[in-house]
Design a binder for this molecule. Structure first.
Ligand code: DAH
Length: 347
């Protein structure tokens, strides 16, 4: 094809060019303007033709190349204008969709609240193992080897010698009082600690019942600690946790590690103490066990019971959470059902 016609042909092609994206624009550039592109090849041929013809084709050839370059630049500009519009269409001032953070578990909320209340009167948190020895769970706490109080806290044994329980048996702790003995045997008074944690009991209440729950226990040992101090600390706790109108009462009870021992009830806040179905008509609900640390326990842990006295208390976190949030079925606490857990969002 003569040079003239080829220029015409390519000009028609360049005018009809279309491109919708960067890849297509680049393909056009390669097809016509790259080293081996069709327009560039025409230029190469142009160098070979006789001088007199050069005057004829020089200008149309240059125009063809400029046209191709201009069209390709135009495509690029159109494309970037389009993507700029796309960005503008995304309203950058719009509040983003919120990321749902989930809720804290009600037992964590209650545990933290108990810790917060007691930390304001000087208690700090102590921790200990869930797999414990008999010594720290029972022996040091004045549970005689065959005492029936051990039956109230039957547990799961990891290692057990034949016959009666021995201080060296390894088991899942039944209460966090084992953390109290760990602290009493390693630290000197004054001791003022809270022991939160999971505890285990071998109880077949129902086929679906869980064999663990959570406790927070407290221990205060110093010179001149009295039962009045215990009562006052627990009254303060009850009012902080359940409201300033809350009343408490202490009923005599028995624990091997405290003497005297008591159960503490709070006034039922559903009926204001008048008596309702929740408090079984009594006006009171039981929330914890407490007492003055038995001198035998202090001595067994290496603390001089003639110099020091102390009080201790222990409560179930599920029980407190149940009272606070009125959860009807305690199993909900361990079933991980988000329909239940989501209700604590923002608490
Ligand atoms: N350890 C007891 C239990 O698990 C609760 C308890 C009662 C703890 C009285 C104490 C206490 O420290 O003084 O049932």
């Amino acid at each position: 094809m003569a040079m003239q016609e080829r220029i015409q042909e390519l000009k028609a092609q360049v005018e009809a060019m279309k491109a919708n994206n960067l890849d297509e624009i680049e393909a056009l550039r390669i097809k016509y303007l790259s080293k081996k592109g069709e327009i560039t090849s025409l230029f190469n041929e142009f160098r070979e033709i006789p001088k007199e013809e050069k005057a004829l084709f020089g200008q149309p050839l240059n125009q063809l190349r400029q046209l191709a370059e201009a069209r390709i630049n135009e495509f690029k500009e159109q494309l970037s204008a389009l993507s700029a519009q796309a960005v503008v269409r995304e309203d950058l001032t719009r509040t983003p969709d919120p990321i749902r953070l989930g809720a804290r578990h009600p037992l964590s909320l209650v545990r933290e609240e108990i810790i917060d209340i007691f930390s304001r009167i000087g208690f700090t948190v102590a921790d200990g193992p869930e797999v414990e020895d008999d010594k720290h769970v029972f022996s040091l706490l004045n549970f005689a080897p065959e005492h029936p109080a051990r039956d109230m806290q039957d547990t799961f044994f990891i290692e057990k010698e034949e016959g009666i329980q021995k201080p060296t048996d390894i088991l899942l702790r039944t209460h966090t009082s084992s953390v109290q003995t760990r602290v009493m045997t390693t630290q000197k008074p004054p001791i003022r600690i809270l022991c939160p944690g999971r505890v285990y009991r071998n109880e077949a209440i129902s086929a679906r019942a869980h064999c663990f729950f959570h406790q927070v226990e407290g221990l205060y040992i110093d010179k001149n600690v009295s039962f009045a101090d215990l009562r006052q600390a627990l009254l303060y706790f009850a009012k902080e946790m359940f409201g300033p109108e809350t009343k408490i009462r202490l009923r005599p009870s028995y624990f091997p590690f405290t003497e005297p021992s008591a159960e503490m009830d709070i006034s039922c806040d559903l009926c204001g103490g008048k008596g309702c179905a929740f408090c079984k008509g009594t006006g009171w609900v039981e929330i914890l066990g407490c007492g003055m640390v038995d001198p035998n326990v202090l001595e067994a842990c290496g603390i001089d019971s003639k110099v020091y006295t102390g009080y201790a208390f222990g409560m179930g976190v599920e029980r407190i959470a149940n009272l606070k949030y009125r959860v009807k079925d305690l199993r909900l606490f361990s079933e991980n059902d988000v329909r239940f857990l989501n209700q604590f969002e923002g608490c």
